[in-house]
Design a protein. Structure first.
Length: 196
């Protein structure tokens, strides 16, 4: 009978779980998005400022890893990590696809912007920011936004930034929009119902 190294198995289990979480967050296009944990219940309800609602039940996504007995004698830590990496990539692909699909279904038409086949430009960015609800840090800076999609390439983002820098009219419109969005945020915060 082979010995059972219970504590060692627990240690490796914690290591691989931590590794999987960190790697998934690092490679996911949604990895920088703020995370909310549901500690109880089987769903969640989102109520938007326009009073539209979305009710979602939790759904389970799974990903597996297969290992054959003949692979075990030559299994090194590097090979184990490579197996985990395959599983992590599969899970990130499923999570990203699921999240983008549900976002596309749930976002009301009043909160969408149609680029009409154009490349990203300053006008589209202004329209986008006009449409969304912004949150601000206490010092007045807007919270960071995370964008995903073929419209938001690094080259286009740089071109839009240059477009704003080289056009005083666009800069003024941007500053006016941020003042408006900051005031909307201040009003929302002042009217927020506190639990207690």
């Amino acid at each position: 009978m082979l010995p059972d190294y219970t504590e060692t198995k627990k240690l490796f289990g914690r290591f691989f779980l931590t590794y999987a979480r960190r790697k998934a967050r690092a490679i996911s296009p949604l990895g920088d998005v703020q995370t909310r944990y549901l500690h109880e219940g089987r769903g969640m309800k989102v109520v938007r400022t326009d009073q539209s609602e979305t009710n979602r039940q939790t759904e389970q996504l799974t990903s597996g890893m297969e290992m054959k007995f003949v692979e075990i004698p030559d299994l090194t830590l590097d090979k184990s990590i490579a197996k985990y990496d395959e599983m992590i990539i599969d899970m990130v692909r499923k999570q990203t696809g699921f999240a983008l699909e549900k976002l596309s279904e749930d976002i009301p038409a009043t909160q969408t912007v149609d680029a009409r086949g154009k490349k990203l430009n300053a006008e589209i960015v202004l329209e986008l920011f006009e449409t969304i609800q912004l949150e601000f840090h206490p010092d007045g800076r807007p919270h960071e936004l995370h964008v995903v999609g073929s419209l938001f390439t690094p080259e286009r983002m740089k071109a839009v930034d240059e477009e704003f820098q080289n056009n005083p009219d666009l800069q003024k419109r941007w500053e006016d929009l941020m003042v408006k969005k900051r005031e909307e945020w201040r009003v929302r915060e002042a009217n927020r119902k506190l639990v207690g």
